[in-house]
Design a protein around this ligand. Structure first.
Ligand code: ADP
Ligand code: ADP
Length: 231
């Protein structure tokens, strides 16, 4: 699905450029739940941003189903993000004045269709994440785990082939976090690729694959059998 070849990314602040990614070769497959781990400053966020076309590499190529995305202009990158990627964040990023189903439907609003039109699909996705009975609740009336499940449903509403998650369990207790990781596993089993940046070593057991970054390079890349289960 996504293929990175020789990807280099530098940040220039003052005289000395910082090389955040130093020659990354990586293939992300459909239906695979991948975690990216590594010390702070190893390039995890930079990599996630490039996978989501939020930024472009300085050299190397990034292709999605064979089409180069690293060199797209701003409008084409924005289009790519809207239709090909769902984002999940550490702090949920829900709109507090909207209900759960309205938050899930929001990406459809940018399509020029009213929220109402997207309501049936939003309700289906809330059911998928186990929140069928919370559709009319606002974020302030929900727990952290429930808010994150709303955010996962929102990430799915455009039917993207890929979800990118940045520390999705970072603000949740371990049991609630485990439920989110199991949900990601089920979503991956449905054919959607998931790439998650995490500091949580316990999260690894819920994944199919663990990529370790070190100083902007891939230190290891291992496929696993998921063993994590909530009781
Ligand atoms: P991680 O997510 O693993 O902590 P990052 O991708 O955030 O790593 O950072 C990789 C390197 O790039 C670090 O040395 C960091 O200081 C640097 N870096 C990241 N973002 C920026 C930025 N916007 N400007 C300058 N340097 C940056
Ligand atoms: P547009 O360019 O059409 O305004 P955006 O880039 O704002 O679209 O949003 C496209 C997707 O990218 C959204 O799902 C949004 O949440 C995500 N996104 C935008 N900026 C960032 C960012 N800095 N970090 C992570 N995700 C972002």
């Amino acid at each position: 699905m996504l293929e990175l070849t020789g990807v280099v990314k530098e940040y220039r602040i003052g005289e000395q450029p910082v090389r955040a990614l130093d020659g990354i070769d990586l293939r992300i497959e459909a239906g695979e739940f991948t975690s990216i781990i590594g010390p702070s400053g190893s390039g995890k966020s930079t990599l996630l941003h490039l996978l989501g076309a939020l930024d472009s590499p300085d050299s190397g190529s990034i292709t999605f189903d064979g089409n180069e995305i690293g060199t797209l202009g701003d409008d084409a990158q924005s289009e790519f993000r809207r239709h090909r990627v769902g984002f999940v964040f550490q702090f949920f990023n829900l709109l507090p004045t909207l209900t759960a189903w309205e938050n899930v439907a929001i990406p459809k609003l940018l399509d020029g269709k009213g929220l109402r039109k997207a309501k049936p699909r939003a309700l289906e996705l809330l059911d998928l994440v186990g929140l069928a009975d919370r559709a009319d609740h606002r974020p302030g009336e929900m727990s952290g785990g429930q808010m994150q499940r709303v955010a996962v449903a929102r990430a799915l509403i455009m039917d993207p082939p890929l979800i990118l998650a940045d520390e999705p369990t970072g603000n949740l207790d371990s049991k609630t976090g485990a439920a989110i990781l199991e949900l990601f596993g089920r979503i991956a089993d449905g054919g959607t690729g998931i790439v998650m940046v995490t500091h949580d070593m316990g999260a690894v057991q819920y994944c199919d694959r663990v990529v370790t970054l070190r100083d902007g390079r891939i230190g290891s890349d291992e496929r696993l059998t998921r063993t994590g289960r909530t009781e």
